[in-house]
Design a protein around this ligand. Structure first.
Ligand code: HEM
Length: 418
């Protein structure tokens, strides 16, 4: 591990394939350490549970880089980027407080709970389509393309009010925006396309409101306050990217975790009442995000006995915190009966995930239905051949080939070998 004063560890892209081993070393050797990220840029990684939890709630770690760091060499963004970036996950109080209050008026617990029948129906129709492929003689499928991706995407698009015919466009835009390896030009093109699409959509919903979240966001009022055009577009961007890129990885990586640990899968099958707790254990275990989003210091800030200087970037590594043995016993063991309460997969503090109840609902419905519909689901390739996406933030598989039919002789075992 590098000495912060003299050298900075360069993370090479192999880090994406097994970030937890790297973080385990960091927790031991340098729990608060600067590194060079694979996409460039120096940032401090905070990796121990207690430090990560405290840092996520520390008001001296700021999010609003556009306003607070702009004088520090940041070039003013073009219109698309400046519009998409003013979402509440990039803001500090009081701006964040204001936006969170307004979105909470539209994104209510009632609206989310009311989605259960739709989530169940979308799940059933995707699983029907998979069963149809089996009936037609196709024994294998990519679980991400067939199920883990379309489920949350359809749910978030329906919730917001995006027509089904437009849903495909978002995958490419969203992936480009969150990739750590796209060129600035590719990034800008995706941002511009999203910005133009959202601008048109807001105008359309203003003309013809419907019973959807975007219309509710347009109508949301707090005294005389409401969301302006820019804030609406940024909120849409945040909700869509968050709704696209996270739950897919809970479903896919969670399924992988169970398929490679058949004893835990059998436990869950034998006692479905474990399911809600198992979703949280899977969140803790698989971590759809490697870390929370970027924060920065404006003054020296001490974390875990290390002083991070002013104007440095900081990443709170939630996946590492969730595997910290000082907080979770045998953290690298999946235990669907464990009380995983206190895990940080949804963050902590004022930016705690707004979509957590929706993500939990989708996870419960998805795992419950998938496991009962395909009792002999198994991995179709050795686990070691699976690839993780080259994104620092997102921890997700590129594909998850599964075998849908009963074929115990060739099923992939606990160690992932054929
Ligand atoms: C398994 C799925 C999900 C995971 C693991 C997850 C994780 C997170 C995390 C870690 C944060 C905090 C980031 C930070 O502090 O830097 C966050 C914030 C947020 N998430 Fe999620 N999320 C998930 C699903 C969703 C969904 C489905 C939605 C939308 C419906 C959503 C909307 C948001 C929003 C709007 C914020 C920003 C909250 C704020 O700034 O106050 N998330 N999420």
């Amino acid at each position: 591990m590098a000495d912060p004063a003299t050298e900075v560890t360069q993370l090479d892209p192999s880090y994406f394939q097994d970030p937890l081993s790297f973080f385990a070393r960091m927790r031991e050797e340098g729990p608060v350490t600067p590194v060079m990220m694979p996409g460039g840029g120096r940032t401090w990684l905070v990796t121990r549970y207690a430090d990560v939890r405290a840092a996520l709630a520390d008001p001296r770690l700021y999010k609003d880089w556009a306003n607070k760091l702009r004088g520090d060499g940041w070039t003013p963004a073009d219109q698309a980027i400046s519009y998409l970036n003013v979402h509440m996950l990039n803001l500090d109080p009081p701006d964040h407080t204001r936006l969170r209050k307004l979105v909470t008026k539209a994104f209510t617990a009632r609206r989310v709970a009311g989605l259960r029948p739709r989530v169940e129906a979308i799940t059933a129709s995707l699983l029907d389509a998979m069963a149809g492929r089996v009936a037609a003689g196709e024994a294998e499928a990519d679980l991400i393309a067939a199920f883990a991706f379309p489920l949350p995407v359809t749910v978030i698009c329906e919730l917001i009010g995006i027509p089904a015919s437009d849903q495909d466009k978002f995958q490419a835009w969203s992936h480009a925006i969150l990739s750590s390896v796209v060129t600035p030009e590719e990034w800008r093109r995706a941002a511009q396309a999203m910005y133009e699409y959202f601008t048109a959509m807001v105008a359309a919903k203003r003309r013809s409101p419907a019973d959807d979240l975007l219309s509710a966001l347009i109508a949301a009022r707090d005294d005389d306050d409401s969301l302006d055009e820019r804030e609406l577009i940024a909120m849409l961007f945040l909700l869509l990217v968050a709704g696209h890129e996270t739950t897919v990885n809970l479903i896919a990586s969670g399924t992988l975790a169970m398929l490679t640990q058949p004893a835990e899968l059998a436990r869950l099958r034998a006692d479905p009442s474990l399911l809600p707790g198992a979703v949280d254990e899977l969140l803790r275990f698989v971590n759809p995000l490697n870390h929370a989003t970027d924060r920065f210091t404006l003054e020296p800030v001490e974390i875990g006995g290390v002083t991070i200087p002013a104007r440095e970037w900081v990443l709170c590594v939630t996946s590492s915190a969730n595997h910290d043995p000082s907080r979770f016993g045998s953290p690298d063991v999946l235990d669907v009966g464990r009380d995983a309460g206190g895990h940080l997969a949804f963050g902590h503090g004022i930016h705690y995930c707004l979509g957590a109840p929706l993500a939990r609902l989708e996870g419960e419905v998805a795992f419950g239905a998938l496991l009962s519909r395909f009792p002999s689901l198994s991995l179709a390739v050795p686990e070691s051949s699976l690839h993780w996406r080259p994104s620092s933030l997102i921890h997700g598989l590129e594909t998850l080939p599964v075998r849908l039919t009963a074929d115990p002789a060739s099923a992939v075992g606990a160690n992932g070998m054929l």
